[in-house]
Ligand binder design. Structure first.
Ligand SMILES: Cc1cc2nc3c(=O)[nH]c(=O)nc-3n(C[C@H](O)[C@H](O)[C@H](O)COP(=O)(O)OP(=O)(O)OC[C@H]3O[C@@H](n4cnc5c(N)ncnc54)[C@H](O)[C@@H]3O)c2cc1C
Length: 299
């Protein structure tokens, strides 16, 4: 199918783009990498009268690593961030998750910020924004505002960006030194959207978890973070094989199963997705504790 007719705008300055978005309001739509928007237009699931292509805007293609964050401009492609050594060192979850985003061709064109604005619960990057306690900076002709991850995602496929606003920078937080991270997902084929995916960040000091955050792909309606510190409390994580402890596995399974809220679709049942979230969390914990012996599947 072909898209409904639209007027194409290719502004060269940010103020010009913001003017166009203000002028056209609900009739306008931002075009970044087009990897989600173009299929939506082709299927006529959306029919904006004006497309504002931001690809010629200067200054939005930068990745900046600061003491407490990785700041990603609106024109940074998935492939750019995946290859960025400074970003991978500062927040390893970015590279760990980006490896699973679609295929190289799509990663060469699709943007990180576009992926957040698309707000698909099956996207990897919304879960990473959540677990890193990130935020998104928005610009409009009226000024600038920053939304926390919780404020940004308002529902499945729905974010809080107003029609006259442009998301200019995504800010992914960094964890304290010594935090270990891991990401895994289950997809029918590599590069497909995940049936379920899990990101885990863990910091253990003197056998106790001082940071234990987990977020999920495809099993929560909006990105959300489960704090596992209370669940891990009372378990000596410094003991070799701690992750294989049955009581710990049961506590983890209960916490994860109660937290996720998966739905049924043609790819998987809610029960299967919930099971995957439990198994993935248990495996990642075992991985980060240095043991791969424990999975709930062995029970
Ligand atoms: C075959 C295929 C497989 C895919 N697999 C995955 C996958 O496994 N995981 C995954 O996460 N994604 C996947 N994607 C989506 C892909 O990652 C897109 O790149 C991403 O979702 C959107 O980024 P984009 O720059 O292409 O945005 P666009 O398609 O240009 O825009 C997407 C939406 O965001 C809005 N938008 C974009 N940028 C801004 C901005 N700066 N400010 C305000 N609004 C903005 C647009 O108006 C539109 O509503 C897949 C896509 C395809 C076609």
């Amino acid at each position: 199918m072909k898209p409904a007719p639209f007027v194409y705008h290719a502004p060269r300055e940010l103020e010009e783009a913001l003017g166009l978005l203000a002028e056209h309001g609900h009739e306008g739509k931002v075009l970044a990498g087009g990897q989600s928007l173009v299929p939506v237009l082709n299927m006529r699931l959306a029919a904006p009268a004006h497309l504002v292509d931001i690809n010629r805007l200067p200054g939005l293609d930068r990745v900046e690593v600061t003491d407490d964050a990785v700041r990603v401009g609106a024109l940074v492609r998935h492939a750019d961030l995946l290859a960025h050594e400074g970003a991978a060192a500062a927040q390893p979850l970015l590279r760990q998750a980006l490896r699973h985003v679609a295929h190289p061709v799509i990663r060469n064109r699709g943007t990180v910020v576009g992926s957040l604005a698309h707000a698909d619960p099956s996207g990897e990057l919304p879960a990473i924004l959540a677990i890193t306690d990130g935020s998104v900076q928005l610009r409009s002709r009226g000024g600038e505002r920053t939304l926390s991850c919780q404020e940004f995602f308002v529902g499945p496929m729905e974010c809080a960006v107003e029609p006259e606003e442009l998301a200019v920078v995504a800010v992914f937080g960094r964890f304290p030194a010594g935090t270990r991270t891991a990401f895994t997902e289950t997809a029918r084929r590599h590069g497909d959207y995940a049936v379920a995916g899990t990101a885990l960040a863990l910091r253990v000091e003197d056998g106790r978890a001082t940071l234990a955050r987990v977020s999920y792909v495809s099993v929560t309606e909006v990105p959300a973070v489960l704090d596992l510190v209370p669940t891990l409390e009372g378990h000596d994580l410094g003991t070799p094989g701690a992750a294989a402890d049955r009581a710990l596995q049961d506590a983890l399974a209960d916490a994860v199963a109660a937290f996720v809220e998966p739905g049924d679709d043609i790819h998987a049942s809610a029960d299967y997705r919930r099971h995957l979230a439990v198994v993935q969390t248990t495996r990642l914990l075992a991985e980060l504790l240095g043991s791969t012996a424990a999975t709930t599947e062995e029970n």
